[in-house]
Design a protein around this ligand. Structure first.
Ligand SMILES: [Zn+2]
Length: 82
């Protein structure tokens, strides 16, 4: 019977310790979580074949973006600075 009481006291102590720790975690001010959003590159659409691609990969013409220089010339467009 004494052993049971000891076990109960120990369990109570563990429970107390765990709940105290949980309270500690809650009391701690959470660091501001500002995960930097993944660099989303803007998507543009080829004016000739309507293919979507990141703006860095697009070939820019006078009238708009193209997926390749072939489509730029196929659409009758030309590069702005040529
Ligand atoms: Zn295209």
């Amino acid at each position: 019977m004494k052993l049971l009481l000891l076990l109960a006291v120990m369990l109570f102590a563990v429970w107390l310790w765990r709940s105290a720790r949980a309270g500690e975690d809650k009391a701690k001010p959470q660091p501001p979580t500002t995960p930097s959003p993944p660099e989303m590159s803007r998507m543009v659409q080829c004016r000739h074949c309507q293919l979507h691609m990141p703006v860095e990969e697009a070939v820019l013409g006078v009238w708009g973006p193209y997926c390749s220089s072939a489509h730029l010339s196929a659409a009758g467009d030309k590069a702005p600075n040529s």
